[in-house]
Design a protein around this ligand. Structure first.
Ligand SMILES: [Zn+2]
Length: 62
């Protein structure tokens, strides 16, 4: 299951469950990133960061 999640300054996509605050995940573009509080909408974060182009193309390829 693919999801979008903001982390490390971009909105990345991941395959699998979305981690909680402080958790890490491997993006579709191959980066290991950490989720901060400001990346979690339920905790008051905003997804203002740009979509990761590499993840976007990887998502479309699925
Ligand atoms: Zn990405």
């Amino acid at each position: 299951m693919l999801h979008w999640q903001q982390a490390a300054g971009k909105r990345h996509a991941l395959d699998g469950p979305v981690p909680n605050e402080g958790g890490t995940f491997t993006t579709l573009c191959g980066n290991e990133v950490t989720v901060r509080r400001t990346d979690v909408i339920e905790l008051g974060g905003d997804w203002l960061d740009p979509t990761c182009v590499s993840c976007d193309s990887a998502w479309r390829a699925r």
